[in-house]
Unconditional design. Structure first.
Length: 275
């Protein structure tokens, strides 16, 4: 039995769909099974409630671990790892942050949280696959141009962004792989692109916003101090060019090439084009 945490989210819903398509014995672990709209049987589990995790993981062999982005992400993931170990889960496939961002002094508190969770999983003795994902192309949907302008604090360097559907396809392949696993992968698209390139593809002009102004705009929109700090730090990381190198990991894991930004935008044009 495979269990999927985060099954209603951007990545997890494609993991759930991929497992269902392959006819895998799997269930979605969700906070509200009544509203769960993914094609797997749903069982209630909350990363904040140990008892619910232990119950939902009782007969589970492999766990897809995705925790929501937030200030206590590593604590939520620790709850899942500890419950998985106690329940006899054999393998964890974890969504992690981009490989160059991670470390005990990672580029943001989320990057540090992912690094801590990876260490906890390694120390648990369970099999693991860490899917260290670059900037998700789906983030572009929230950066849609305002008229002819696409303002963002992402600098001018290229980023090897990846489609969340490719990340999910890697997770499905590794959840179903019968071979023993203990591996970390840096998942990227097939080529890196700048935000200027992306804006032009959307018929707009990219305007690089100074981080201080971006932080003010986020605060005005009601973002929490955590969200503001995370956004500004991640923008500085991508602006440094640290995540500009594409890898072959999606091809190696799934046997098919990762989607390009053009392919992604072709399927998402209606939601990304400005008016
Ligand atoms: N965005 C990026 O560029 C990027 C890049 C690399 C890595 N990541 C990592 O990807 C992860 C986010 O993935 P995503 O964008 O697919 O997430 P998402 O769309 O925000 O979805 C979050 C999921 O977590 C579930 N969830 C929230 N609180 C929960 C709780 N207490 N117990 C159980 N489930 C809970 C949500 O379910 P309900 O709300 O339906 O209950 C939802 O299914 C983060 O770990 C982030 O660091 C993101």
């Amino acid at each position: 039995m495979i269990a999927v945490l985060g099954a209603t989210g951007t990545i997890g819903r494609h993991v759930a769909a991929g497992l269902a398509e392959r006819g895998a014995q799997a269930r979605a672990l969700v906070r509200d099974p009544a509203t769960c709209d993914v094609p797997l049987p749903a069982m209630r589990a909350d990363l904040r409630e140990e008892a619910s995790l232990l119950e939902a993981l009782e007969d589970v062999d492999r766990l897809f671990l995705l925790a929501p982005h937030g200030p206590d992400q590593d604590l939520l993931e620790a709850n899942a790892v500890d419950a998985a170990r106690a329940a006899g889960v054999r393998r964890i496939v974890k969504i992690s942050g981009g490989a160059p961002s991670l470390g005990p002094n990672g580029v943001s508190s989320t990057a540090v949280a992912h690094w801590r969770s990876e260490r906890r999983i390694e120390d648990s003795g369970l099999e693991f696959c860490f899917l260290r994902s670059s900037f998700l192309m789906q983030n572009l949907l929230g950066m849609a141009p305002k008229g002819r302008i696409m303002p963002a604090p992402m600098g001018h360097m290229a980023v090897a962004m990846v489609d969340a559907r490719d990340v999910a396809a890697c997770a499905v392949a590794l959840l179903l792989d019968e071979r023993e696993q203990a591996m970390a992968w840096h998942l990227t698209g097939p080529a890196s692109v700048t935000f200027k390139d992306v804006a032009e593809k959307l018929g707009a002009r990219y305007v690089n916003v100074p981080p201080r102004l971006a932080a003010i705009a986020l605060r005005r929109r009601g973002a929490s101090p955590f969200e503001v700090d995370h956004s500004v730090r991640m923008a500085a990381y991508f602006a440094s060019g640290a995540d500009a190198t594409p890898t072959n990991a999606v091809l190696d894991i799934t046997g098919r090439p990762a989607s390009t930004v053009d392919q992604f935008l072709a399927t998402e044009t209606h939601s990304t084009k400005g008016t």
